[in-house]
Write a protein that binds this ligand. Structure first.
Ligand code: C2E
Ligand code: MG
Ligand code: MG
Ligand code: MG
Length: 291
């Protein structure tokens, strides 16, 4: 429908093409050792059901604390890494950490799912479903507690190769979500052909909903479309009560955003969870989470 517009941060000076190229080159060549030396970590952002506010899971978002550049955003280094063969290493790293987390939650009686973002390259890798099966087995996590988020453009880049991979993942019982929905160019009819279970409304529409009637209309129609295709509808970028209330009135199923929590380090996310856990008397398996 339209492209996401992220505001550019103010800069004292604009870096030259040479500087941009050099930095990108450094990020790509240093990525593997960054993984090995603990510079790369996963942050977790909760997803809550509407209107109950029960915590249903979290999205795993990668973070890189670079010794020279400081914090490097995934929007910068993921595309750079993606252009090389290294993105598999990233995906496997995130999946392994994420499933280890889910296993720990299960051991405490918490049934929460984890969402991992997939890049275009991974969708074209016919061996990926085997690695997913091995990772689920290794951590003894049931497939329905793992969600993969893929973008429309990721699927549309090479549907011939992506579709068989998606079908295999879906057959295994893994949950598939279309991320940033509404920003791509694929037709809504195409969504029907994809083996997906969930749509995530792009945050640009959710953020604009309070001030822009057009954004409001887009959000409403994605909720309706999603439900008419029996999909779970998730809104990202929920920053205030007004947006949450609007989404509840539209019947949106799940909310994610700064209103609920920013993405948190593993330790801080666990503390956040503990503060919201209500143990149901005598039923270890029925731990209830509320905001
Ligand atoms: P995404 O998957 O659409 O993730 C949502 C982004 O929105 C995250 O940015 C998150 O921090 C941000 N966000 C969450 N709630 C709010 C809110 O209420 N307001 C606003 N303004 N923003 C919010 P982040 O962490 O910088 O990640 C950016 C993108 O990088 C992700 O977009 C995803 O496409 C990609 N990414 C992150 N981790 C991975 C990964 O492990 N693998 C791959 N392939 N891509 C990743
Ligand atoms: Mg995502
Ligand atoms: Mg998104
Ligand atoms: Mg995004």
């Amino acid at each position: 429908v339209r492209a996401t517009s992220e505001a550019e941060p103010l800069r004292a000076y604009a870096p030259s093409m040479g500087q941009i190229f050099l930095r990108r080159f450094q990020l790509v060549t240093q990525f593997r050792s960054a993984l090995e030396t603990g510079q790369v970590s996963i942050h977790y952002q909760p997803k809550v059901a509407l209107p109950s506010r029960q915590v249903v899971g979290a999205e795993a978002l990668v973070r890189w604390k670079h010794p020279e550049f400081g914090r490097v955003d995934p929007d910068e280094f993921v595309p750079a890494v993606e252009a090389t063969g290294l993105v598999d290493v990233l995906t496997d790293f995130v999946m392994d950490k994420a499933l280890d987390r889910v296993r720990r939650w299960i051991d405490r009686g918490l049934r929460m799912s984890i969402a991992v973002n997939l890049s275009v390259r991974t969708l074209a890798d016919e061996e990926f479903p085997d690695r997913v099966a091995a990772a689920l087995l290794k951590h003894a996590v049931p497939p329905e507690l793992l969600t993969f988020e893929l973008t429309e453009s990721g699927v549309m880049a090479d549907p011939e190769r992506a579709l068989p991979v998606l079908r295999r993942l879906h057959t295994m019982g893994v949950v598939l979500a279309v991320d940033d929905f509404g920003t791509g160019y694929s037709s809504l009819a195409y969504l029907r052909q994809l083996p997906v279970d969930e749509v995530k409304i792009d945050k640009s529409f959710v953020l604009g909903m309070g001030t822009d009637l057009g954004d409001m209309a887009v959000v409403r129609s994605i909720v309706e479309l999603g439900h008419s295709l029996s999909l779970t509808v998730v809104a990202e970028g929920v920053e205030d009560d007004a947006a949450r209330d609007q989404l509840v009135s539209m019947g949106c199923d799940v909310a994610q955003g700064y209103l609920i929590s920013r993405p948190l380090s593993e330790e801080r996310f666990e503390a956040w969870l503990r503060a919201r856990t209500v143990q149901v008397r005598g039923a270890r398996d029925e731990t209830v989470l509320t905001l």
